[in-house]
Design a protein. Structure first.
Length: 213
């Protein structure tokens, strides 16, 4: 089995929780659910609809600001950003627009206009998205191609840190979370792309494409 995050073959059994088998990639340090246990698309969408995400909700805005703040601080005025996996109502997009940037949203379930994936942007942001991906390597490659030279791929996901607590970890218990990343995972992905990686705060990774913006 190849790693779905970095495609390396350094994959081993990690742990089993109930009937869910998890594997670990020793190359990028990602942990992922056995593909046979991934939820079906209809079940995923039904679960997403239970989330109460409203771009005007103060708590949701504070949460999204953990990514929006570091990203906006590194963008030139009037930057153009793709909000990948924006959902039905994106606080991240609202915050970036308020900061003076133009935001295009894409979500396979809620904003499925694939034309957004054919353009290029000063930044591509994925807020609480990458843990849901069934084929993350392919998605990362496609999103990287959407970033202009000097631009950034900005990601927020809860980093997996303590193996001893993995079974009881609240983030693992979400049935739609199938891949778990460490800071080292994003450094590995950046190196594979020939990019740089900055971790400005826990759970946020900013991968920068080389070149002048």
């Amino acid at each position: 089995m190849a790693c779905p995050v970095c495609r390396a073959g350094d994959v081993r059994a990690f742990t089993t929780v109930a009937d869910r088998d998890y594997r670990r990639c020793d190359a990028c340090e990602a942990t992922f659910l056995d593909p046979a246990r991934r939820p079906e698309p209809a079940a995923e969408r039904a679960h997403y609809l239970t989330h109460r995400n409203d771009a005007a909700d103060p708590g949701y805005r504070r949460f999204a600001a953990r990514l929006a703040g570091p990203l906006a601080a590194r963008l030139a005025p009037g930057a153009r950003v793709l909000d990948f996996g924006c959902g039905p109502s994106s606080a991240l997009a609202a915050l970036l627009v308020e900061a003076g940037h133009a935001v295009v949203g894409y979500d396979p379930a809620f904003a499925p206009d694939a034309a957004a994936l054919d353009d290029v942007y000063d930044a591509v942001a994925a807020c609480e998205v990458v843990e849901h991906l069934h084929a993350p390597a392919e998605v990362f490659d496609h999103l990287a191609a959407r970033v202009r030279p000097g631009g950034r791929l900005a990601i927020m996901t809860c980093f997996q840190t303590d193996d001893a607590r993995f079974a009881g970890w609240w983030y693992r218990r979400d049935p739609t979370h199938v891949v778990f990343y460490r800071a080292a995972t994003f450094h590995h992905l950046a190196a594979r792309l020939g990019w740089s990686c900055e971790i400005p705060r826990k759970d946020v990774a900013l991968l920068r494409r080389p070149g002048a913006p």
